[in-house]
Design a protein around this ligand. Structure first.
Ligand code: 7RM
Length: 654
């Protein structure tokens, strides 16, 4: 699979952090350099020191890394910790009256919540959870809009050791049902709805549909009133948030849990079958969140206003909204809506209004905002900004330069952070004091992260710019512990090769002459649509579940704003539909997929065919379908296909 990237534009521009950035940073370049060196020379000692310094332990640990259950690695496993205590209580002496969260709704409502107020809210909710029978280890599904209450619910679970599983509010009832069932959740925390994209999203209806006629494990549904839309409340099962926590005490003892106790499960798409429940630990995960907030984002709790635009339904919203910023005592903005409401100036207005210093978003948002034009950022005062970040997919140099010049006024480093749901925290990213940025590269592995590129046999590739598999050689504290209820799938997915020596990320990458990493895309059948991970298999299964569909193949197509768009080739049970019948079925199938998975998975294009190109062994030739989707000339030998004639039809030539 190793390949030379002749076609890739060579990007050699380097952008060092400014003198003033370095001067104001929390760590000097020498201190950062020392971290890299210590991690290199004494790996476990390095992580031990970090864990002792940055976490308040309920019971200290003596074991650092334990490999007995490898590849289920364990960190600090005889220690005990409470994550909510670390995010809230330990700041109260110094920061009780400091704003923890500046919330802004899509419709403009704002709310400032201090650390003390957050503490009280989390405690009340945690007490209500306990009173209602939720105990350490129980699973609680959170299906909420992007509002501060979602963070309160997550922190309340952490406080009593309940394992949360947040399901993105954009997922459908069907998707929610699967996740609730897989997690065996006892409770769902939701809202009547949320405001998103100028509309209301009716979350409670989806919960009702997910639970309908289904003997799931859910005993109670807690409903926050957000939109005020009419909803049904089911007697005995449903309770309003306000009633649920009414009369509860403002103090709830944080329950110490073992370091390895599952803080949360978060479902993510893989190459096959149903989404996997990625299980994270408590202490190791928390440590990853804290160290990266400090190293990559250089967050200064006394000065910065930090804003990560990710929804809590994704890992970025876990580590860089619900946990990381609080764990370091920062002030953060939480914004409910989308970037384009009421117009493409919304993000920049939020930055101006709240004097945001540190802004973290996804390339797809940057591309969309760039397309809208610089007249939007030009209207706002963005001078408080001092650091920008991106995550989710490679950022193209053009978008990088726009972000750097128009948003950052050519004075803010851009931290391009490569990581995954499974890695828990940033893995490859610059520490701006020591690592110059290059547009489009996530730069170098962080201290204590041993990322390399290997060939098919697991040999490290040292030739510059030669592509290969991105793997992580040594375990790291915030790594995935297992796939919920499926150890085998964990092992097969992440440690399938090289005798289980390396964690396989599922990405292709190359390293340039300076040791900078360039991510080239997934090696598996996972799409990245607007920074959201979608399995092609998931969408195919949804399509095939429709009565008219016999077979389907889904591939990604390059897309200017989304990064990748969804293209589906569909074989119908009867004749291939044409004309108006085809148009009507396209519409129906798009709606169908939206219902089965969620609007983000809706195919952008559907093409009907009599058959799919297959190898003699029956494998769908996705590579060929991708070329057809891009309208490329087919130069590969198709004569070995089972059905070479189908190619012309798929291209629209027959
Ligand atoms: C945080 C997140 C993970 C996949 C990953 C990559 C891609 C993420 C970058 C990136 C290039 C980046 N978690 N990816 N960050 N590609 N540069 N900075 O996105 O689990 O949803 O997705 O996203 O392919 O494997 S995720």
């Amino acid at each position: 699979m190793s390949q030379n990237i002749e076609s890739t534009l060579v990007e050699n521009r380097r952008f060092p952090a400014s003198e003033s950035f370095i001067h104001n940073a929390q760590h000097s370049p020498e201190q950062i350099q020392a971290l890299y060196e210590q991690a290199e020379n004494d790996y476990e000692g390095f992580w031990k020191e970090q864990a002792e310094a940055k976490i308040d332990w309920s019971k200290p640990f003596s074991s650092v890394l334990s490999t007995e259950r490898a590849p289920h690695f364990e960190w600090f496993n005889d220690g005990e910790v409470n994550v909510s205590y670390n995010c809230i209580d330990r700041h109260l002496e110094e920061r009780a009256h400091q704003t923890a969260i500046i919330f802004e709704g899509e419709r403009g409502d704002t709310r400032h919540i201090t650390y003390k107020e957050l503490h009280d809210e989390v405690c009340r909710f945690a007490n209500a959870l306990k009173v209602n029978g939720i105990q350490k280890g129980d699973r609680v599904v959170i299906y909420m809009p992007m509002i501060a209450h979602a963070v309160v619910a997550m922190q309340a679970c952490a406080r009593i050791g309940a394992t949360h599983s947040v399901v993105f509010g954009g997922f459908s009832a069907e998707a929610l049902r699967d996740r609730v069932a897989d997690a065996g959740a006892k409770m769902i925390i939701t809202a009547d709805g949320g405001f998103r994209g100028g509309k209301t999203v009716r979350l409670k209806d989806a919960v009702d549909a997910a639970l309908e006629g289904n003997p799931l494990s859910v005993e109670k549904v807690v409903v926050l009133k957000r939109t005020g839309d009419d909803i049904e409340m089911k007697e005995g099962r449903d309770v309003w948030w306000d009633e649920f926590e009414a009369g509860m005490s403002n103090y709830c003892d944080p329950v110490p849990v073992e370091a390895e106790h599952p803080l949360f499960i978060l479902y993510t798409s893989g190459s096959t079958g149903k989404p996997k429940g990625v299980q994270h630990s408590s202490a190791g995960y928390l440590l990853g969140a804290i160290t990266t907030m400090q190293w990559v984002f250089d967050v200064n709790p006394n000065k910065d206003v930090y804003w990560c635009t990710a929804d809590v339904g994704w890992i970025t919203g876990h580590t860089y909204v619900a946990y990381g910023p609080l764990a370091v005592g920062a002030t953060q903005v939480i914004y409910e809506g989308v970037p384009m409401v009421p117009d493409a100036g919304r993000f920049w207005k939020v930055c101006e209004d709240h004097k945001v210093t540190t802004f973290y978003t996804a390339p797809t948002a940057i591309r969309a905002l760039m397309k809208a034009g610089e007249q939007f950022p030009d209207q706002y005062d963005l001078s408080a900004l001092r650091l920008l970040g991106t995550v989710g997919e490679p950022i193209n140099p053009e978008a990088w330069m726009w972000y750097y010049e128009k948003i950052g006024a050519s004075k803010c480093p851009i931290v391009d952070t490569w990581w995954q749901t499974e890695t828990g925290a940033n893995m490859i990213a610059p520490v701006p004091q020591t690592t110059d940025c290059k547009p489009g590269s996530c730069t170098r592995p962080l201290p204590g992260i041993d990322a390399i590129i290997v060939d098919e046999e697991g040999n490290e590739i040292t030739t510059p710019n030669q592509g290969g598999y991105l793997v992580i050689r040594k375990p790291w504290p915030s790594m995935i512990r297992t796939v919920w209820n499926d150890d085998e799938r964990f092992q097969n997915t992440y440690y399938p090769m090289f005798d289980g020596k390396y964690y396989l990320a599922g990405d292709n990458a190359r390293k340039d002459e300076d040791g900078y990493f360039w991510i080239m895309g997934r090696t598996d059948d996972v799409l990245n649509v607007s920074g959201h991970r979608l399995g092609t298999m998931e969408i195919e299964s949804a399509l095939v579940a429709h009565e008219a569909v016999a077979e389907a193949a889904v591939v990604g197509m390059p897309h200017e704003v989304k990064g990748e768009a969804v293209l589906a080739f569909v074989i119908c049970k009867g004749d291939r539909p044409e004309g108006e019948a085809a148009d009507a079925l396209v519409k129906e199938l798009r709606e169908w997929v939206s219902q089965q998975i969620g609007p983000i998975a809706k195919p952008d294009q559907i093409r009907f065919a009599d058959n799919l190109p297959k190898t003699r062994s029956g494998k769908i030739m996705r590579r060929l379908l991708r070329s057809i989707g891009k309208g490329e000339e087919i130069t590969s030998d198709i004569s070995t296909l089972e059905n070479p004639a189908i190619v012309a039809q798929l291209q629209g030539k027959a």
